[in-house]
Design a protein around this ligand. Structure first.
Ligand SMILES: Nc1nc2c(ncn2[C@@H]2O[C@H](COP(=O)(O)OP(=O)(O)OP(=O)(O)O)[C@@H](O)[C@H]2O)c(=O)[nH]1
Length: 319
């Protein structure tokens, strides 16, 4: 039998249900004084209905976004239409503590909110009803999923040992930089660098110490490059840098600075002091380059020149 609320008994049931339903119900007069405050609101706010009835809601909850709520309620009253705000637009209206087991990240109850116009017998709108839905479970699992996806996409582009771009993502950037050059003809230089005699370091000090040397070099690279530059770990002990808006001369200065920093700052690890050096090869963008692979090959050629001519030096590939 549908409940119509026509008989006093049905009316009593209805009120009982509204009081105990697991949704926050607040009836506000047009002057924002509280006319109804159900059990849900009592339980989560710690304020009982008798305490707040007739009081202005902003005086009871100074943290409420007054301007925003006034504007919403005005619209509902003027247009006689309900409005909905999801937790994604505004995580909560009432600052209620979350009742879920502590997740360590979200202390507050996430809420969806509907504001519903309440018509008087003459059809005029003198009050509105705020319906507050606890959506903490949905919101926290959605946020956790988003966070996991972000971490996954970060993992797919970074090298776990150094935090630099991995080879795949760095090659995409190289291609993008080359395409930009073909279109706008702006300067750019590629630097390939490699740790000298790294096999000896591994053999003498062990693989974990070798890893520390790689990490040390990566952090020196990060500290010396500008934000616009991109560094990638190209292979085991080989790194590659893209320096946009930088000609061979400018890149030579940066490469030399990095070479010097490496040779003058040993790594202290596993009770050992490890001195190491790097060799670097540069290739600037020039109109005769046919592809990003061609550009890479030139920088690689310069790197081998640096290795073959004694290591611990910078060589520039001439076009
Ligand atoms: N510790 C460590 N070693 C690595 C890693 N990746 C590659 N290697 C080692 O790096 C060494 C590279 O050796 P080579 O290619 O012979 O070059 P090199 O000894 O540096 O000699 P040159 O480049 O000619 O100066 C190999 O012994 C690899 O096993 C890594 O992630 N960690």
């Amino acid at each position: 039998m549908p409940l119509t609320g026509n008989s006093p008994r049905e009316f009593h049931w209805l009120i009982d249900m509204l009081e105990s339903v697991d949704i926050g119900l607040v009836v506000l007069d047009k002057d924002f004084s509280i006319a109804l405050w159900n059990d849900f609101m009592e339980n989560h706010s710690g304020l009982n209905a008798a305490e707040v009835r007739g009081k202005n809601i902003f005086s009871q909850f100074p943290a409420l976004p007054e301007q925003w709520l006034r504007r919403k309620v005005d619209t509902v009253v003027t247009l006689n239409t309900r409005t909905f705000t999801s937790w994604e637009q505004r995580p909560w209206l009432f600052p209620f503590r979350s009742t879920r087991p502590i997740t360590g990240t979200h202390d507050y109850m996430f809420q969806n909110l509907t504001i519903h116009p309440l018509a008087e017998p003459d059809g005029s709108i003198q009050r509105v009803c705020l319906m507050v839905y606890d959506v903490t479970d949905v919101a926290t699992s959605k946020l956790a999923l988003e966070q996991a996806n972000e971490q996954l996409s970060l993992l797919s582009i970074t090298d776990p040992l150094t935090g630099l771009q991995n080879r795949g993502s760095w090659e995409n950037l190289l291609q993008a930089e080359f395409s930009r050059f073909q279109r706008y003809h702006q300067a750019g230089t590629l630097v390939m660098l490699d740790i000298d005699h790294f096999k000896v370091i591994n053999d003498r000090y062990g693989h974990p110490a070798g890893d520390d040397v790689i990490r040390h070099l990566a952090s020196l690279i990060k500290s010396l490059l500008r934000d616009a530059d991109t560094a990638g770990r190209y292979g085991g002990e080989e790194f590659a840098l893209i320096l946009p808006q930088t000609d061979a001369e400018g890149a030579g200065v940066i490469a030399e600075r990095l070479r010097l920093a490496v040779s003058s700052e040993p790594v202290m690890t596993h009770g050992e002091i490890i001195h190491y050096t790097i060799s670097l090869g540069l290739a600037a963008l020039t109109p005769d380059l046919s592809s990003a692979a061609d550009w890479l090959q030139r920088a690689d050629k310069a790197l081998y020149q640096a290795k073959n001519s004694g290591r611990n030096r910078v060589c520039v590939c001439q076009a």
